[in-house]
Each structure stands twice: as structure tokens, then as C-alpha cells.
Design a protein. Structure first.
Length: 132
């Protein structure tokens, strides 16, 4: 295990695989990215948002560069303000990269309710009912 910065660690797993792991300010669990170093290399310092990491990688064969963003959004037991902070930070990062003309791949722990407004509303209502 190699410490890259105060909150980012690198672990070579053998067979060309490596894991980059970091702590984010808003997530109690580490967030990680598994990289096949035979196919791609990390081109930038790993940075974090509220509950996500982001890093620019480059494909070795094509030289194509793109940003990988890996969120781990707060669980439903967390306050809604924490969830909103995570979403605001994620949107700011992805939109900022996209507006700057970068290709972005969004990965990670994304609840299905984010993809369906009706399911999101139901999930929020269930959260309110459990809290009261």
C-alpha cells in the first residue's frame, strides 16, 4: 500500500490491477476505483467531492483521456441535507468537467431511484414516514 496523499491510497493487486482508494468528506466508507494498468493509466491527482472521487485516466492504446467519477451517495438513514450536499457536489463536478469539454464516465453506487422521478418521490416519502 502506497500513500499518495493524506486521503488517497494506492494498492497494487498483481496481474496489472491496482486499486485507488480515498476518503471523502461526506462518506463514512472509502470510495475506490479498480484500474487495469495494462489498459489505462492515471493522468491526474485523484480529487474528492462530498461523497465521490474523480480522476482523469488515459487509455494506453488509443491515448484517449477521460474523467472517471465514482460516487458513493449517503444511505437513506442519513439526513436529507447530507444527500443534497452529495448531489450538489456531484453535479458541480460532472457539469464542470463536461462544460470544459472533457469526456466523463460516471460509475458507482447510484440508487435506482435517481433514474426515476416517481421512485425518488416514493423513496423520499418513505424516508419521511420512517423519521416521524
Amino acid at each position: 500500500v502506497e500513500c499518495i496523499s493524506s486521503d488517497v491510497f494506492y494498492l497494487s493487486c498483481g496481474d496489472g490491477l491496482a486499486v485507488y482508494v480515498c476518503r471523502t468528506p461526506g462518506c463514512f466508507r472509502p470510495v475506490g476505483l479498480l484500474v487495469d494498468e495494462g489498459d489505462m493509466k492515471v493522468c491526474s491527482q485523484i480529487t474528492t467531492g462530498h461523497s465521490h472521487l474523480q480522476v482523469q485516466v488515459q487509455m494506453i492504446d488509443s491515448q484517449m483521456k477521460f474523467w472517471v467519477v465514482v460516487p458513493h451517495l449517503p444511505h437513506s438513514s442519513r439526513p436529507m441535507a447530507d444527500f443534497q450536499g452529495a448531489l450538489d457536489s456531484l453535479v458541480e463536478s460532472v457539469v464542470g468537467l463536461s462544460d470544459a469539454g472533457h469526456k466523463v464516465v460516471l460509475l458507482g453506487d447510484l440508487p435506482p431511484s435517481l433514474m426515476n422521478p416517481a421512485a425518488a418521490q416514493l423513496s423520499w416519502q418513505l424516508h419521511i414516514n420512517r423519521s416521524t
